[in-house]
Design a binder for this molecule. Structure first.
Ligand code: S3P
Length: 163
């Protein structure tokens, strides 16, 4: 089967859902951020701080296009959809599932999180503005599943019924 790309905002549950879906479908899971961190031997925060966001987006794009397009669950960084070429590539080469989550719930889930440089400072303001800006891009996915107030098991069941 075609690979499944899980997209969605930071804190939407991509990692958790990816792992569970991987178990349910007996397919391996790979995370684009982890690949970047391993290949560069740097954390995402380090990359943002020393090389800047634009360079990070370059790495993200390069590594995305190296992902297997068959029999793999691929969890992506929340900003992968910023580039049209990434959105188009994922749709062409796989099934794209957007994990939606309401911003209020995202803020609850990410309270205390220090690993996302884009949310430094006024977290609420940043989540709301980035969320609004990206929403149309997330909606280009093949399928949308709302994860707000749902258990990972419920979300995975919905994905299994859709794909
Ligand atoms: C980002 C999301 C992060 C990571 C980086 C940038 C974004 O991944 O790629 O901090 O632009 O939304 P997660 O969505 O896994 O948090």
């Amino acid at each position: 089967m075609k690979s499944i790309f899980l997209t969605g905002f930071m804190g939407s549950g991509k990692t958790t859902i990816g792992k569970l879906l991987s178990e349910k479908l007996s397919l391996p899971v790979i995370d684009t951020d982890h690949v970047i961190e391993e290949k560069l031997n740097k954390t995402i925060r380090d990359i943002f701080e020393t090389e800047g966001e634009n360079k990070f987006r370059e790495y993200e794009h390069q590594f995305l296009e190296m992902m297997p397009t068959e029999n793999m669950i691929i969890t992506t960084g929340g900003g992968i959809i910023l580039r049209k070429e990434n959105r188009d590539w994922m749709k062409k080469n796989g099934v794209v599932v957007y994990l939606h989550c309401e911003p209020e719930e995202i803020l609850n889930r990410l309270a205390g999180d220090q690993t996302r440089p884009l949310l430094d400072g006024d977290k609420k303001k940043n989540v709301l503005s980035i969320f609004t800006e990206r929403s149309p891009f997330y909606h280009e996915a093949d399928f949308k599943v709302d994860t707000t107030n749902k258990t990972p098991e419920e979300v995975v069941l919905e994905i299994e019924q859709l794909i």
